[in-house]
Design a protein around this ligand. Structure first.
Ligand SMILES: [Zn+2]
Length: 201
């Protein structure tokens, strides 16, 4: 998160604090369990579709997810999570991403993740004291499928993919550049937030 070229403007995010997330043993175990599941699934693939990265480590990537929070997390050394319903960051850290979401959106760059949340959100919800945080996440991507321009892939199971490269392609979605785009991950256990960077622009 150095500087971002947003439109014609060059913005430098103002980083207030960086919090290292201490995931509970239970959450870590679930993440590793999921990785083992992806690895063994990859090993059973036919030789033609064999993916060595998946077999080695479940195709782990480092991705960004921007979220919001309402409490004083990280302020003056406060490391306790709140239980407010709309405090997304605390919810994600405590119990992982929601299973209700239709794929968890993770981005390859912090700028893309930042842009996924409306620019004026803090202004609009100022009365709730909304702030934003960039979550740096370890993601077991597994087998990555690509979403065709007009075709919507439903949940992963039926296609055999663990995640898909989603919308937001910088070239109108026609070129496949997986490191430039949004990755939608189907299983919440596949995403492990490691750092929360509290910032504003
Ligand atoms: Zn909170």
């Amino acid at each position: 998160m150095t500087s971002w070229n947003i439109g014609k403007e060059k913005k430098v995010p103002n980083i207030h604090r960086i919090l290292k997330i201490h995931n509970s043993a239970k959450i870590l175990a679930k993440f590793e369990e999921y990785r083992e599941m992806v690895k063994s699934k990859a090993m059973m693939m036919s030789a033609r579709r064999r993916d060595e990265r998946c077999i080695a480590d479940g195709n782990e990537l480092l991705r960004f997810h921007c979220s919001t929070f309402l409490c004083n997390l990280g302020q003056n050394g406060n490391s306790s999570l709140c239980s407010q319903q709309y405090c997304s960051v605390c919810g994600i850290i405590r119990s992982g991403f929601s299973t209700k979401m239709d794929g968890i959106s993770t981005m390859s760059s912090s700028l893309k993740a930042h842009l996924a949340i409306p620019d004026d959100l803090e202004e609009e919800f100022d009365f709730m004291n909304v702030k934003r945080a960039m979550l740096v996440c370890r993601v077991v991507a597994g087998r990555i499928g690509s979403e065709q321009v007009d075709e919507v892939i439903e949940k992963g199971e039926s296609t055999g993919y663990d995640s898909v490269v989603g919308r937001g392609g910088s070239n109108g979605g026609t070129s496949f550049r997986s490191d430039d785009e949004e990755l939608l991950v189907f299983n919440p256990r596949a995403v492990l937030p490691c750092f929360a960077i509290v910032y504003s622009v």
